[in-house]
Design a protein around this ligand. Structure first.
Ligand code: 5OB
Length: 268
């Protein structure tokens, strides 16, 4: 039995403006449910900001073996996910929820998932995440059922469950009221295009490693400059792809970077 069928009926709009509904279609419902019970997604559910419904794809099969995959036409290695159970699962969600949810297929050849996409999705009242498996899903699912196909990076995975959980995590933390004030997502690494500056907490000295003096100085403007400088140096060194998009630098940033380069020379 899927969560969707067990839970009290709710319209997709019930959480609109104050939360998000996410339906996940998977052959491993326990993996998704159990993982999403932790951390921010777990808290968001408890707070009524995330209405998560996990559906077992096998509940939408017709044969007694509850088969969700089959051999590829034309031959070749691997199995392909059958279209009927996927159409039945998503159409049942649509019929029950109403509205016009975005249906996302987790796919290694999909659009790269970004912070910008997470932001966009977090503004929607209802998402349906479909987890693929095996060599892939029948092409007709991609043509006629799915709104968007999403990849979380260039590596091979065994299924779409972890990508769906990644997307859920990235999206839910942006839903208004999910993060507390102290954790508020205002300085996000990727939305500004810069990597984070280094962070320190107590103790001020640990195994002969000292926290930079400026952070202990209480001089807020100098702290801000130091952090900006560190973020610039780090982004240039670690992520040339992000760095290119930051150019040309503002005068102020260029000055900070020149300073950093000069000081490095003094030290070397
Ligand atoms: N690898 N993103 C990267 C993915 C992926 C594999 C998937 C789905 C999304 O399914 C096997």
């Amino acid at each position: 039995m899927s969560d969707g069928a067990a839970a009290a009926p709710a319209r997709a709009g019930d959480l609109a403006g104050q939360g998000i509904r996410v339906d996940v279609v998977t052959i491993f419902p326990d993996m998704v449910r159990q993982s999403a019970a932790f951390s921010i997604p777990g808290r968001a559910q408890a707070a009524g900001k995330l209405d998560l419904r996990v559906h077992d794809l096998r509940d939408h099969t017709n044969n007694r073996h509850r088969t969700t995959d089959d051999y590829p036409f034309g031959g070749g290695a691997g199995m392909v996910m059958k279209p009927e159970p996927l159409f039945a699962a998503v159409e049942a969600i649509r019929a029950e929820a109403g509205g016009d949810p975005i249906v996302l297929l987790m796919a290694p050849d999909g659009e790269p998932f970004t912070q910008a996409m997470a932001r966009e999705l977090s503004a929607r009242p209802h998402l349906v995440l479909v987890c693929g498996h095996y060599e892939g899903v029948d092409e007709r699912v991609r043509e006629a059922l799915v709104t968007r196909e999403v990849s979380i990076g260039d590596y091979v995975l065994t299924g779409g469950e972890l990508p769906a959980l990644v997307i859920l995590d990235a999206v839910v933390r942006l839903v208004p009221g999910v993060l507390g004030n102290a954790e508020s997502p205002h300085e996000e690494t990727f939305s500004e295009g810069l990597l984070e500056y280094p962070h320190y907490t107590r103790p001020a000295e640990f195994r002969d490693m000292a926290v930079p003096d400026v952070l202990l100085s209480g001089h807020h403007a100098n702290v801000a400059k130091w952090r900006r400088r560190q973020a610039l140096v780090r982004t240039r060194a670690r992520r040339p792809d992000l760095w290119e998009k930051l150019l040309p630098l503002s005068k102020a940033d260029q000055k900070l970077l020149d300073e950093a380069d000069r000081e490095r020379e003094e030290k070397i």
